[in-house]
Write a protein that binds this ligand. Structure first.
Ligand code: F6P
Length: 579
């Protein structure tokens, strides 16, 4: 049955068949699935772009996969992939394409979208980024007092923070040598706590802020930006009045324009708003409406990454992602890593009723990978309206969370092993590490630690799969020492963690999200759910400040606000609590 002949995906033939099939295979323990199928690892292993994906610990049989592939075809997946990659308007509620894949196309490629080849503009931006990065790394980007910039603080939130933060941290080993060192920092929280810390530690003369905001209206970022601007202006102007006597600059030359020009870069899809705020046109990096915030690290939003790892490594990241894009377009569905990872998720969520998903990297450099994926997956697919406006009758995105696997072992693995929740896990690890450490003894130690980490990774997925059967221990055990097992997992191994493989890994998850959205018939590129919260927060702030309008609120909100007011100093400077 084609998509046009049915109402929703769960009314199709494949869905029905999968439901019936789940009643049977859903009862089987993973241990039995391994016993009944020799060569299961080989059967479910897929490789591309320096990544190996092991799906043998999913609770499925070969017939399951056949049926899931039927479901994908019934949902029109092959043509959906083409429409995405060809720049068609796949973001229906905002009526525009989602062209993050264009950001990583090579310079000699062409992608004509609605009559215009978008690749040249993408590469013009990369060239501008490169010029900026060269200036910083050459020690030539100077603050208002003439000293070279040493610290760059990215002010952004959500997609304008999580991607650059995650990649900068993951590729910290890739800092170029022989350059003027620039330290990259991130401040996102609207309460100013991260920023306040930087303001106490950093020198205004050598600090520059990158304002990253696709919309340039996000209050979190703008409130941090205002604080940063006033800090710089007041500190540098103070220097002007008093002079600092260190001979770096002529105090009288410092004016507001100079400070804005030397200490702020803006990255946004709205040049007008950047100009209004005071970002000099030469310091504006633009991107396009057709890049979603959480898909934007590949372009100008990636400036902090390029500053940290250099432009060559940034281009390596893009090349890895592009390799995954090509694989996504060209590989048959059953060999296609994003498709296979997505189908495992669909099977768990919709047919085995497993609605929790944990992301567990076994490599400290991937510390922020889980929080990055939380936004990518849940902001994209946390939806319950189909593309034609119906309410879904099936589950969509699971609750997804995670942290570094070895640390999580000492935190929430207890629940994975013996709790009452079924949880799907993604284990992620590099195969090789530390081979370039110069000192022999240190290298040996660190490689030993890496081996230990891999052993833990493999052991955990095995115990989660087999439960009690993982240990050969005779005799009865009390219930509190029993392990149920049967928790499904996928394992993703990177040959090494490099810019190239990291690019491929991130693109793999982006496409996985798209495949699931296609099957669920939802739009992964909008985020209307967060808009209402922003609007109500604005109104609430007005009430908090003006004390007008509280009577129209619900009892709980009124109570909370009145509790806050009770702490507000009154005209005499004391709070009613003091009284
Ligand atoms: O509030 C959610 C969100 O809109 C995300 O989608 C986005 O990544 C983030 O806010 C930041 O938005 P902007 O880049 O426009 O400041």
């Amino acid at each position: 049955m084609s998509k046009s002949e049915r109402d929703t995906i769960d009314q199709g033939t494949a869905w029905e068949a999968l439901k019936a099939h789940a009643r049977d295979v859903g009862q089987a323990h993973l241990r039995d699935l391994f016993n009944e199928q020799a060569g299961r690892f080989e059967y479910y292993r897929r490789q591309a772009a320096g990544l190996t994906l092991d799906l043998s610990k999913q609770r499925w049989r070969p017939e399951t996969l056949e049926l899931l592939l039927d479901l994908a075809k019934e949902a029109g997946l092959p043509s959906a992939i083409e429409r995405l990659l060809d720049g068609k308007r796949v973001n229906l509620s905002e009526d525009r394409p989602a062209l993050h894949t264009a950001l990583r196309m090579p310079e000699d490629a062409r992608l004509v979208v609605e009559g215009e080849d978008v690749v040249p503009a993408v590469h013009r931006t990369l060239t501008r980024m490169e010029e900026m990065v060269d200036k910083f790394h050459g020690g030539q980007w100077r603050g208002a007092t003439g000293r070279a910039i040493r610290d760059v603080v990215n002010l952004g939130v959500g997609g304008s923070d999580l991607g650059p933060l995650m990649v900068t941290h993951a590729l910290a080993d890739y800092q170029p040598e022989g350059i003027h060192q620039v330290n990259v920092h991130f401040a996102s929280t609207m309460d100013g706590s991260q920023l306040a810390d930087y303001l106490t530690r950093l020198n205004p003369e050598t600090t520059l802020f990158v304002l990253s905001s696709k919309s340039f209206t996000t209050i979190d970022t703008l409130s941090n930006a205002r604080t940063a601007r006033d800090w710089l202006l007041s500190r540098l102007m103070q220097e002007k009045q008093g002079g600092n006597g260190n001979g770096h600059f002529h105090a009288d030359d410092i004016d507001r324009d100079l400070v804005m020009r030397q200490h702020f870069i803006g990255v946004s899809a709205s040049p007008e708003k950047m100009s209004e705020w005071g970002i000099a046109p030469s310091n504006q990096l633009e991107f396009w409406d057709w890049v979603g915030g959480r898909y934007s690290l590949w372009g100008a939003i990636g400036l902090p990454i390029a500053l940290a790892v250099g432009m060559d490594n940034f281009r390596g990241l893009l090349a890895g992602a592009h390799e995954m894009d090509r694989h996504f377009r060209e590989a048959p569905l059953q060999d296609n890593l994003p498709v296979m990872l997505a189908l495992a998720g669909i099977w768990n969520v919709n047919f085995l009723d497993i609605r929790a998903h944990s992301i567990l990297p076994y490599d400290g450099r991937l510390e922020y990978f889980a929080s990055y994926l939380e936004q990518l997956e849940m902001e994209s697919n946390g939806k319950s309206a189909t593309n034609d406006g119906q309410v879904t009758t099936y589950s969509t995105c699971p609750v997804l969370w995670g942290q570094l696997g070895p640390n999580a072992q000492h935190a929430f693995y207890q629940l994975l092993h013996q709790g009452t929740q079924a949880v799907e896990c993604d284990f992620i690890a590099p195969l090789k590490r530390y081979d370039d450490v110069e000192d022999d003894a240190t290298r040996e130690h660190l490689q030993g630690q890496h081996r230990l980490t891999l052993a833990n990774c493999f052991a955990q997925s095995r115990v989660l799969m087999l439960g009690d059967d993982a240990i050969d221990e005779p005799g009865e055990r009390p219930s509190h020492k029993r392990y149920r097992g049967n928790q499904p997992s996928s394992t993703l191994l990177l040959d090494r963690l490099t810019p190239h493989t990291l690019g491929a890994l991130v693109a793999l998850y982006e496409h996985k999200v798209f495949v699931q959205a296609t099957i669920w018939d939802i739009n992964p590129f909008d985020q209307w759910g967060v808009e209402l919260g922003k609007k109500i927060a604005g109104e609430t702030e007005q009430i908090l400040a003006s004390r007008d309008g509280i009577d129209a609120m619900d009892d709980s909100s009124r109570g909370l606000i009145e509790t806050f007011w009770a702490f507000e100093p009154d005209q005499t400077g004391s709070s009613s609590r003091d009284a």
